[in-house]
Design a protein around this ligand. Structure first.
Ligand code: ADP
Ligand code: MG
Length: 393
């Protein structure tokens, strides 16, 4: 998706006020009636309709008149709201080239005022949800108030919370800088995804480091669930950084063992295929209890001494609740259980796509963040979390 942040320069205070009004309206309307937008925005001199036309022109809104005259935010509109907030907070001052495209995220380089380059991940849950993915359809059917803003925001919050907690426990992850709406800002990892690395000086050492991370995470009560060559970054010194956390689960999850084993198996398979490391067959008889000397033996979930509680206590401290976890798990379950080979295909196309897209770095306007003063404001503040909007629908 093209993120032409240049448009941000030309958006006026009124434009942002109306865009924010649409966002507020979406807390309980899939399509926000035009009159409601006008009421929430309460522009001093009127003119909401003219502004709506301008936002529509820039593809920040989608117009839907099938049931009534109404609008909803596009991803781009939501991106702009998040980016503008981050600019106003002084977290970033410019957006640069796109460095990654996942199935449900876009990653860009961004810069701080002092020139430090960071990475910004925009979550796009729901991007593939309208395709015939059965588990998601089932989920949506049971959820009358499906809302991609809510899910993308939840994915970002979860990723931010997990990254921060892992970082605090000394895991090699990007530094979690800030989070707003569906957007996470983190340090830029120097290096490449392991999938792009054809040769390593010390494949054994890298392999052991990676496997010990899976084990150590489990000891802390967590399973990555998408731990593979796409989500492990390697730098020139062959240091490892893990990324991509929205699908993580607790070791107390009912399918924990399956997820743990699958993460382990992915790494064993990859190192065997790419770097010709040889391992014992994964049989019931193979025994991991002999300790470090058996580096090629798969660690067993049942033999890990787990410290649960990490997930609930520390993550809740970052604003990510048990309910959030349950909600997002329901949605990502289909992904977790999918065949990983399809991931490979899609990611490869995606990275080609990423290379084709280059966005020039530019400075964004630094306007004060809009506050909406209107009747709905109190209500909107109470509903600060889309979670609540999700329920009230
Ligand atoms: P997805 O959930 O869509 O798979 P990821 O978090 O795995 O998203 O990011 C996709 C790609 O973007 C990664 O494979 C990597 O190349 C790049 N990327 C993500 N985060 C960073 C970062 N902090 N620094 C550098 N590159 C990153
Ligand atoms: Mg990934």
């Amino acid at each position: 998706m093209k993120l032409d942040v240049d448009v941000l320069r030309y958006l006026s205070k009124d434009d942002f006020r109306v865009l924010t009004a649409v966002e507020m309206g979406m807390r309980n309307h899939e399509i926000v009636p035009a009159e409601l937008i006008d009421r929430i925005a309460a522009l001093k001199h009127g003119g909401t309709y003219k502004v709506l036309k301008n936002l529509l022109k820039h593809k920040l809104l989608h117009h839907d008149s099938s049931k009534y005259d109404g609008f909803r935010l596009t991803y781009l509109g939501y991106d702009f709201l998040a980016i503008k907030t981050l600019v106003n907070r002084g977290v970033i001052s410019s957006v640069g080239r796109q460095i990654g495209v996942g199935k449900e995220s876009d990653i860009f380089e961004v810069a701080k005022e002092d020139g430090t380059v960071l990475a910004m991940k925009l979550h796009r849950l729901g991007r593939v949800s309208f395709r015939a993915v059965k588990s998601k359809r089932d989920y949506l059917r049971h959820r009358s108030s499906y809302n991609w803003l809510y899910l993308s925001r939840l994915a970002a919050l979860k990723e931010f919370a997990f990254m921060k907690a892992l970082e605090e426990h000394g895991f090699p992850v990007p530094n979690a800088v800030d989070c707003n709406r569906h957007c996470v800002v983190m340090s830029l990892v120097q290096g490449y995804p392991l999938v792009q690395v054809k040769e390593l000086q010390n494949p054994d050492t890298v392999f052991e480091t990676i496997i010990s991370l899976v084990v150590r995470m489990a000891e802390h009560g967590l399973i990555h669930c998408d731990f593979n060559e796409f989500n492990i970054m390697i730098d020139d010194n062959e240091s490892v950084t893990m990324i991509d956390f929205p699908q993580m689960v607790s070791v107390s999850h009912r399918n924990a063992q399956m997820y743990f084993d699958r993460d382990v198996e992915c790494i064993f398979k990859f190192f065997s295929k790419r770097f010709n490391l040889s391992f014992e067959e994964n049989t019931e008889e193979s025994d991991a209890s002999d300790g470090d000397s058996d580096a090629g033996v798969r660690p067993r979930f049942s033999e890990i001494s787990k410290v649960t509680g990490f997930l609930d206590k520390e993550l809740a401290a970052s604003g990510f609740t048990r309910k959030d976890q349950d909600d997002i798990e329901k949605f990502t379950e289909g992904d977790l259980e999918k065949d990983l080979s399809s991931d490979e295909e899609e990611t490869e196309t995606a990275s080609n796509d990423a290379n084709a897209k280059h966005l020039d770095s530019l400075c964004l306007v630094d306007q004060q963040e809009q506050t909406v003063t209107c009747d709905e404001k109190g209500e909107a503040e109470k509903n600060q979390q889309f979670a609540e909007a999700g329920q009230s629908n």
